[in-house]
Design a protein around this ligand. Structure first.
Ligand SMILES: Cc1cc2nc3c(=O)[nH]c(=O)nc-3n(C[C@H](O)[C@H](O)[C@H](O)COP(=O)(O)O)c2cc1C
Length: 187
């Protein structure tokens, strides 16, 4: 079961990176998954402007093909995503829109933060995941006071954050394994 933790903010001084590093450290300690950090800062995809809908599947653009290969590698996703103006980040929406089938039939969870602990961003993201035929998990990680927990570029989650992350990772492992085998044995 291969998990990708996708960093959904490219803002200078973003909280998303230290939070994603923290989630990565926890996930790496588990023996039921392999884990990879995918930083959208390293994927400067243009705003989607290609002629065909990615749902059609025949990707002609070279960057789109490379992004599809990266997305395809995972059995499950954990998005680390801020709340911007009561929604989730535009950079993450663009990355989601860029390909289609590679996301499908895979579980996804969200780590978020902000005034209401990212609740609105998480709910919006779930709607989009369904359209991409992903399986959104129930247990999200809603971090309170994220900036107070970052020191010298490192995030230290409290016990509540760690418990929520563990529940999310447990769900992703269960669904990730189940759907990994289901994708291989049926169409
Ligand atoms: C464009 C913008 C819009 C924001 N809108 C919200 C918001 O609607 N709700 C909220 O709780 N925080 C909001 N914030 C504050 C963010 O939660 C905070 O800046 C957080 O650190 C952003 O995540 P990042 O540092 O990983 O980019 C906003 C920040 C920005 C830059």
């Amino acid at each position: 079961m291969h998990l990708q933790i996708i960093i959904g903010s490219v803002r200078q001084g973003r909280a998303a990176k230290p939070v994603a590093d923290w989630a990565f450290t926890h996930a790496k300690q588990r023996d039921d998954m392999t884990v990879e950090l995918v930083d959208l800062k390293n994927w400067p995809l243009p705003m989607f402007n290609l002629p065909k809908s990615p749902a059609a599947g025949d990707y002609e653009d070279e960057q789109q093909q490379r992004w599809a290969k990266s997305v395809e590698r995972a059995d499950a996703y954990l998005f680390v995503c801020p709340e911007y103006n009561h929604g989730y980040s535009a950079v993450l929406k663009n990355a989601l829109d860029y390909v289609y089938a590679e996301w499908g039939r895979k579980p996804a969870g969200v780590v978020s933060y902000g005034g209401v602990m990212g609740a609105r961003a998480v709910e919006q993201l779930r709607q989009v995941m369904v359209e991409l035929q992903m399986a959104p998990i129930r247990n999200a990680v809603h971090i309170a006071g994220v900036h107070q927990k970052i020191e010298n570029g490192a995030f230290s989650g409290d016990q509540r954050d760690a418990d929520q992350l563990q529940r999310a990772l447990d769900d992703l492992a269960w669904w990730g394994n189940a759907l990994h085998w289901a994708r291989r044995t049926s169409h």
